[in-house]
Design a protein around this ligand. Structure first.
Ligand code: SF4
Length: 427
């Protein structure tokens, strides 16, 4: 059913229970909800593809990648919000059927192109209703936001087996934040979310991205974010740079630079003058930029990826190993290590993991209450055989073609050691 907005009211014509709202919105129907990927997402450490209750975002961040033409959001990204009004019902259907959610692994709610706690959520409560439905899946949750409205739903998050609360903080300077992220909570209130999340027993950390050249990427600015995050008890601070895709995203951001930071305009024209479709700045900037952030992060003892000690509770062991290998590639390359052997081993492992998983999914093994995640159980058993070398002719070392990596995996996944993202050592 196509639903229509009555202009200026936000009341959806055609809904059985129209929800009045001071913020105008239109309504769209989600076709699917829970969807498993063949391999976990190493960025947000989840197995299920990200859920987005909204399209567009009232936080209106000036750098938002979601504005780019690539995502085909019609109209004004910050004002023309579309609501996937049936998402909670779909979540309840998927969770109740016991069909889709039969693998243990985190569901991610939120993404870089919409915020699940944007202002409209205060009135509609769609994210809350979706979370309430997802509790029934029995799998963990990863949630990403720039709003302290998430505090309202901590009671629901506490009902998941584990929750990771990620809060984006790009600067603690209130003036810059108000210019860059006009509709989001202030940086202080976002940091307070991390503190409260940790107090509630959740994992929590900071996404410090995008750090904008000349505005929020200096040592001083990033160090202030690190210090605030550390003080709040964050598990990590994950930094990243600014991308400016040619078109409306870049045009809008440069208009902000012109208005508030005119002295930086020439630098931006140089950095982003190649107009790459990816929005990336000149390549020569990348390596020193990330190495600098890595050095600063280590001074605070904060991992600059979501660390293993967090995602080992969000993913099955075979999936956690894949994420660990992906993170190791990034961390070692930052320190100037040749990662080609690690990359090749990761590719071989990914083929094994996705191949086993795809074959198991085809069998459509039924879910029963005594065995809620049968695919994960079988995959775990096969993985355990690989680690102990009791899996017939196959062992993890044979799959990876790398004995050192196999013994590292065994120490972490079998013997319960941790991999420290600062020292890059098994501890
Ligand atoms: S909160 Fe995220 S999705 Fe929303 S405008 Fe800002 S960057 Fe975009």
């Amino acid at each position: 059913m196509i639903l229509h907005k009555r202009p200026g009211t936000g009341i959806i014509i055609g809904m059985t229970s129209p929800v009045p709202s001071a913020i105008p919105y239109s309504s769209i129907e989600a076709k699917t909800c829970l969807s498993r990927a063949p391999l976990p997402d190493a960025f947000l450490v989840s197995l299920y593809r990200a859920l987005a209750p909204y399209r567009g975002c009232g936080h209106g961040c000036m750098y938002c990648d979601g504005r780019a033409e690539k995502y085909y959001v019609e109209g004004d990204f910050a004002r023309d919000i579309a609501v996937r009004q049936n998402l909670a019902e779909l979540a309840a259907r998927d969770a109740g059927a016991g069909f889709t959610a039969r693998e243990y692994g985190a569901i991610c709610i939120g993404s870089g192109v919409t915020d699940v706690y944007q202002p409209l959520e205060r009135e509609l409560g769609l994210t809350r209703r979706t979370l309430e439905a997802l509790v029934e899946t029995g799998v963990p949750i990863v949630i990403l936001t720039k709003s302290d409205l998430i505090l309202r739903d901590f009671d629901v998050l506490a009902r998941f087996p584990h929750a990771l609360v990620i809060v984006t903080v790009t600067t603690v300077n209130g003036t810059d934040a108000a210019r860059l992220e006009p509709g989001a909570s202030t940086p202080d209130r976002r940091i307070a979310v991390v503190r409260e999340a940790k107090a509630r027993g959740f994992s929590s950390g900071v996404m410090a991205m995008p750090l904008c050249p000349g505005i929020s990427d200096s040592d001083e600015s990033f160090t202030a974010v690190l210090a605030a995050a550390k003080d709040a008890g964050a598990d990590f601070v994950y930094p990243g740079g600014l991308t400016l895709r040619p078109g409306c995203q870049k045009d809008l951001f440069l208009s902000l630079v012109d208005e508030h930071y005119p002295a930086l305009r020439a630098d931006y024209d140089t950095l982003y003058g190649e107009n790459r479709q990816s929005g990336m700045p000149r390549t020569e900037r990348s390596a020193p930029f990330h190495a600098r952030l890595d050095r600063l992060g280590r001074q605070f003892g904060l991992a600059q990826r979501i660390p293993y000690s967090v995602y080992n509770r969000l993913l099955s062991k075979p999936d956690a190993l894949f994420v660990l290998f992906c993170h190791m590639q990034h961390l070692y390359s930052l320190r100037g290590v040749d990662t080609r052997p690690l990359r090749a081993a990761t590719d071989r492992y990914a083929r094994w993991l996705s191949g086993e998983r795809t074959a198991l999914r085809r069998k459509r093994i039924p879910v029963v209450s005594s065995d809620p995640f049968p695919l994960t159980r079988i995959l775990d058993e096969r993985f355990g055989d690989l680690l102990t070398g009791t899996g017939g002719e196959r062992s993890l070392a044979a799959i990876l073609e790398n004995d050192r990596l196999a013994s590292l995996a065994s120490a972490v996944l079998k013997d319960g050691a941790d991999f420290d993202y600062g020292s890059l050592a098994v501890v």
